[in-house]
Design a binder for this molecule. Structure first.
Ligand code: B12
Ligand code: SF4
Ligand code: SF4
Length: 342
């Protein structure tokens, strides 16, 4: 049973359009919360993060290696932090990608308006509401870009579980949830952590074209197509032929490990207008897009996550995909094209 304040905050989050909301708490005594205590949630998290960093799985994302103890411990981000309000928004639409000849493929999360904007605006409103309810409290809201391990806290707050592809899966919304959170000094009522329902399934691990899921729950970003087409800056040396071929027609992100997940079979379309796809995002013509100047790129993707790749990165991706049209990716050659399950 939630305390009145917890219940009011959760209802306010739902009223703002968040599909899921849950709460996790940090211990009152700072020594219990510290990242040096390996039995505490933050201690376990810093261990996992350091292990991942130690294996070099962050590749060129140097920002991931900056102050891991802070990234794993919300109390270092917001001194006095007692609770984390995790929220998620469903971005699934019933549209299909048009992968006709000459088209590239863009990951679903980038089909509409940038989620940083959609979730960020709502989180600002939620924070304002909390401030009026509890004027003495302090908060920090983040979507993606903050030093917070969002999936782990979402799992702790009961939004779902961390699947073997390492993303959060919800029994209700599958893997199509984007995450955000508010760190707060308020003591709220915690939810039960999510239970892992992957069981013996390993479909996502098997389907990954590049073997980036090195073992269940662990992703080597340096091999992940999402990293190779978004975070790896244009202008870096070209990929080795084998890896480049496996990138196939993907020009921004990758959904293969999400598309295959059985928990997406019953995914309900989102009611959020901002996530509806643009015609270009669903059916991106490789040749047309190679003609985009820097100015057209900036204007076309002003409100889209695709601007993250920058003009140079997207052009690199388009060249790769065009090269792969004549040398199809290994997986596509070996197996029939995988259609989306959902
Ligand atoms: C860096 C990053 C990436 C990198 C690295 C991915 C990765 N798996 O770490 C790259 C660029 C490859 C990437 C790709 C994608 N990303 Co990304 N990414 C992030 C970011 C900024 C940090 C993630 C991180 O901390 N990684 C470091 C490692 C150590 O942490 P980890 O993945 O959480 O893995 C550990 C945990 O699983 C941990 N763990 C923690 N608690 C527990 C508990 C249990 C029981 C177990 C078993 C394990 C476990 O063990 C693992 C150790 O290896 C987050 C936003 C954020 N601030 O959190 C978004 C985020 C994870 N990305 C997101 C998305 C949507 C994607 C893509 C689907 C985009 C796409 N379609 O192309 C892909 C998915 C690829 C994949 N299979 O992971 C969403 C995920 C939403 C969700 N439902 O989970 C996030 C949360 C952004 C957001 N705000 O919504 N991403
Ligand atoms: S996003 Fe693609 S490349 Fe990355 S882990 Fe999933 S299936 Fe593999
Ligand atoms: S595909 Fe299977 S193993 Fe992967 S997250 Fe979904 S249920 Fe878990």
């Amino acid at each position: 049973m939630s305390t009145p304040l917890t219940a009011i905050i959760k209802q306010a989050a739902r009223d703002l359009g968040f599909d899921v909301v849950g709460i996790s708490v940090l211990p009152a005594r700072p020594d219990e919360a510290t990242a040096h205590n390996h039995a505490s949630p933050t201690g376990r998290l810093v261990g996992r993060l350091n292990d991942w960093l130690g294996r070099g799985f962050h590749a060129t994302m140097a920002w991931m290696a900056r102050d891991p103890e802070r990234r794993a411990d919300p109390a270092r981000v917001l001194p006095g932090c007692r609770s984390i309000i995790s929220v998620g928004m469903n971005y699934y639409t019933e549209h299909r990608a048009d992968e006709g000849a000459g088209n590239g493929r863009i990951a679903r999360y980038a089909w509409g308006v940038d989620y940083h904007q959609i979730l960020g605006d709502r989180l600002t409103q939620l924070t304002e509401r909390i401030s009026t309810l509890a004027p003495d409290s302090r908060h920090r809201a983040y979507v993606d870009t903050g030093p917070v391990m969002e999936k782990a806290w979402a799992q702790q707050a009961g939004l779902g579980w961390i699947g073997k592809h390492s993303n959060l899966v919800s029994a209700q919304f599958g893997s199509w949830l984007l995450l955000g959170e508010i760190l707060t000094t308020l003591e709220l009522e915690p939810d039960e952590p999510g239970t892992d329902l992957c069981g013996t399934c390993t479909l996502c691990v098997q389907t990954c074209p590049t073997g980036a899921i090195t073992e269940p729950y662990v992703v080597d970003a340096g091999r992940c197509i999402s990293y190779l087409t978004i975070e790896l800056r244009g202008g870096e040396p070209p990929l080795e032929d084998d890896l480049r071929r496996k990138v196939g027609n993907r020009i921004f992100g990758c959904d293969d490990c999400l598309d295959i997940c059985p928990y997406n079979l019953q995914a309900e379309p989102t009611s959020e207008a901002g996530f509806q796809p643009t015609a270009l995002a669903r059916a991106p013509s490789l040749l047309t897009m190679t003609k985009m100047t820097e100015q057209t790129f900036a204007a076309t993707f002003k409100q889209s996550p695709i601007r993250r790749a920058k003009h140079l990165g997207l052009q690199r991706n388009l060249s790769q995909a065009l090269a792969n049209e004549t040398t199809p990716d290994d997986r596509a050659a070996a197996t029939p094209p995988s259609s989306e399950i959902s």
